[in-house]
Design a protein around this ligand. Structure first.
Ligand code: HPA
Length: 275
């Protein structure tokens, strides 16, 4: 079946389940899914029910689309995402972004848990993504271009919207905490990086490294969506500290910043209309 038709079937299914017409999409990363619990008047749709959605088994993810209102704004939140390292194709990984666009979303907040490559940052810090490095050598837009979905050669100069970043900075300031800003590097995983790879990634100009976000951002740019990328730095990247990395630590640290993260996203949603 053609991709366009798959998107339409998923859109029609979701529209039939929920009355809300979401304006903002949220992709909630590892340990950050509890933000979806704040959504009011919520309709929960398991990914397994949505036509053409892949089925994710990643630990720490709930795998459902939650549609409702958050701080007065209609949102569609992905509680759990699809990762390339799980074996999904990049079309599967980014399919929900295309469906969100079809649902009428204009802004997408993409979040993740990631490792800090920048030695001046620390676990528990939140970082706005200013730009990315795609270190995987692949791209979700490889293949015939579907002109209805976007242009063949999308510009990524402004992949991470400056106005939304300013809004996030103002919001955090009002809430009384700071935000880091930096470049996120996409590493396919699932193995964490080696210390030598982290030195390489730092030399290349990244502040953070993780296994998601970039494919979704590229497809969002293709679709003409404004993107705000928020990373939760859950650990110092490999080799910075004399200790091993663990997924449990990633989930624990992400869960510990829940309060800050929820307040930030809610505040951003409040100002989104004017941004
Ligand atoms: N590297 C890659 N992905 C990650 C990390 C990391 O250190 N922490 C959380 N996700």
């Amino acid at each position: 079946m053609e991709l366009i038709q798959k998107i339409e079937e998923a859109r029609a299914f979701i529209t039939g389940k929920a009355d809300h017409r979401p304006a903002t999409g949220l992709i909630l990363g590892s340990g950050l899914g509890s933000l979806a619990d704040e959504i009011e008047d919520a309709v929960h749709i398991p990914y397994s029910e949505i036509p053409h959605f892949a089925k994710s088994g990643a630990v720490g993810h709930a795998n459902e689309l939650v549609i409702g209102r958050l701080n007065g704004r209609s949102v569609a939140a992905m509680k759990g995402r699809f990762h390339y390292y799980e074996g999904f194709t990049l079309e599967e990984v980014t399919f929900p972004v295309r469906v969100m666009k079809a649902l009428g979303v204009s802004d997408l907040i993409i979040t993740n848990a990631c490792g800090s490559v920048n030695e001046g940052f620390k676990p528990g810090d939140l970082m706005l993504i200013t730009d990315h490095l795609n270190l995987t050598g692949t791209n979700p837009l490889i293949g015939p271009n579907i002109d209805e979905l976007g242009t063949r050669f999308p510009d990524l100069t402004r992949a991470y919207d400056k106005k939304l970043r300013s809004l996030a900075l103002r919001t955090a300031d009002q809430l009384g905490f700071g935000l880091r800003e930096g470049v996120y590097a996409w590493w396919s995983g699932p193995a964490y990086e080696t210390p030598a790879e982290i030195r390489m990634i730092r030399t290349l100009g990244a502040d953070a490294v993780g296994m998601s976000t970039v494919p979704e951002s590229i497809v969002a740019a293709h679709a003409g969506l404004r993107v705000l990328g928020i990373s939760c730095l859950t650990n110092m990247a490999a080799g910075i500290l004399d200790q091993p990395l663990s997924h449990d630590e990633v989930i624990e640290v992400a869960a510990n910043v829940r309060g800050k993260f929820v307040d930030l996203v809610k505040g951003v949603l409040e100002g989104m209309e004017e941004a």
